[in-house]
Design a protein around this ligand. Structure first.
Ligand code: ADP
Ligand code: MG
Length: 425
């Protein structure tokens, strides 16, 4: 199937072809016709599967199908949980809008109100926003959503994690009576999502789930490296981060302090590196992401602020220096590696306190994570036994890859192998 088979405007098709996209991804194939049909939608697809265009293309088509905007108020709204995600969505939307003679803009937190007031007065067709700031602008009576008959909630699960349930309902109440709503998420497991869908979507909303919601994109190789202690962890990290197979690496740590600490370690190795954490100003955050995208940085050390949605196309490796509390966060971190079907690698250096999380993640993924040891840096103690709740594949020695000092878990680009079927031994 090609984009030409979808009922999209020729100009839009042309733009896609120029971008080099020939075929819609699975979620795009399924979601776009349902959305063009006017249905509400609850959709889930793994990270990196192309959800952004799955809603942006029909959003733009919706704008083309309607009479042109008369006043300033937007006719389509995309809600994103964080500023970074909003910026990223705008980056995808902007060139398309420009080619179609449409105007798009974003309003997000962390930037001055004045500019945003101006922006709203100047008007736009498509507005990308974070819910909190949107409501603040509404309180100031600067916002008019009465023409926004097309609304998208991206990363709905993340929205809930951030406590945006009520703000989202409040935003929905500002939309015109007749409107179409789409909810996208990388995971749709919870009752909370069902509740939110119940509040925001019409009862006959279409539901689309592309592949298993829990699956990490299949072209990503995972490996766990066990660390005895901090010194061992440091030695393992230094060996990994200097692996010649790394194009760019995103390294996850638990706190702001650790971000600073590990940035210094990587810089000491002569590697261009910077950090990203939630307490950083917006300008600095944006700058570091830009530098990474332009290839000026090789390594970015981040807290989970950076784990969702950010499309950093050249990230070849994700390294976890701590494991997240929630298994689905692991999936999102892993999703930063190997975008666009290119091969990606996730290495997790796990110390004893973090060890119980391994079992939790394996149960969540329904797959054992291969163990990796580096020559000369093998752990001295044997693997702690995780309390076993389910019959889990015996993972103690499975997949033990010992392939020289710079052992690389990076596989050949076996694109699109379903994660559930991955061999781990
Ligand atoms: P998601 O929101 O599902 O995590 P994104 O929308 O960020 O994924 O898309 C992931 C990557 O896939 C982006 O780099 C995007 O440019 C690319 N992409 C999207 N649609 C297509 C397509 N039809 N063909 C090729 N690449 C695509
Ligand atoms: Mg996305």
């Amino acid at each position: 199937m090609s984009f030409l088979d979808l009922d999209l405007d020729l100009e839009l098709q042309q733009q896609l072809i120029e971008t080099g996209f020939t075929e819609p991804t699975a979620i795009q194939r399924q979601a776009i016709p349902a959305i063009l049909d006017g249905q509400d939608l609850l959709a889930t697809a793994p990270t990196g599967s192309g959800k952004t265009l799955a809603y942006l293309l029909p959003a733009l088509q919706h704008l083309l199908d309607q009479p042109p905007r008369e006043g300033a108020s937007p006719r389509a709204l995309v809600l994103a949980p964080t500023r970074e995600l909003a910026s990223q969505i705008l980056r995808v939307a902007a060139p398309l809008c420009e080619a179609l003679g449409l105007v798009c803009a974003q309003v997000v937190g962390g930037v001055p109100y004045g500019n945003q007031k101006q922006l709203l007065e100047d008007g736009m067709d498509l507005l990308v926003a974070t819910p909190g700031r949107l409501l603040e602008l509404d309180e100031k009576a600067w916002l008019d959503l009465s023409d926004a008959s097309f609304a998208v909630v991206d990363e709905a699960d993340r929205m809930l994690d951030l406590g945006f349930q009520d703000p989202l309902k409040a935003v929905a109440s500002l939309l015109p009576l007749e409107h179409q709503t789409l909810m996208f998420s990388a995971t749709l497991e919870s009752d909370a999502i069902a509740n939110l869908a119940g509040a925001l979507l019409r009862p006959d909303a279409a539901r689309i789930a592309v592949s298993e919601a829990r699956a990490v994109a299949g072209h990503i190789d995972h490996a766990i490296l066990r660390a005895d202690n901090e010194a061992h962890k440091l030695a393992l990290f230094k060996a990994l981060i200097t692996d010649p197979g790394i194009d760019q690496a995103l390294v996850f740590v638990a706190s702001r302090r650790q971000v600073e600490q590990w940035v210094a370690i990587v810089r000491d190795l002569g590697i261009m590196c910077d950090g990203l954490h939630g307490e950083m100003g917006q300008g600095e955050r944006t700058l570091h992401i830009k530098q990474l995208r332009r290839g000026r940085l090789k390594v970015l050390i981040a807290t989970d602020v950076a784990s969702r949605g950010l499309d950093l196309a050249r990230i070849s490796h994700v390294i976890n220096l701590n494991l997240p509390l929630k298994a689905d966060t692991y999936v999102h971190r892993a999703g930063r590696a190997g975008r666009d079907g290119s091969a990606g690698t996730v290495w997790s250096i796990v110390d004893t306190p973090d060890w119980p999380k391994v079992g939790r993640i394996e149960r969540y993924l329904k797959q054992a994570l291969p163990r990796l040891t580096l020559k000369g840096l093998e752990p001295s103690k044997s693997e702690p036994q995780a309390p076993r709740k389910t019959k889990k594949p015996k993972s103690k020695t499975s997949g033990k890859a010992k392939s020289g000092k710079k052992a690389t878990a990076r596989g050949t680009a076996s694109a699109k192998k379903p994660a559930g079927k991955r061999k781990t031994a």
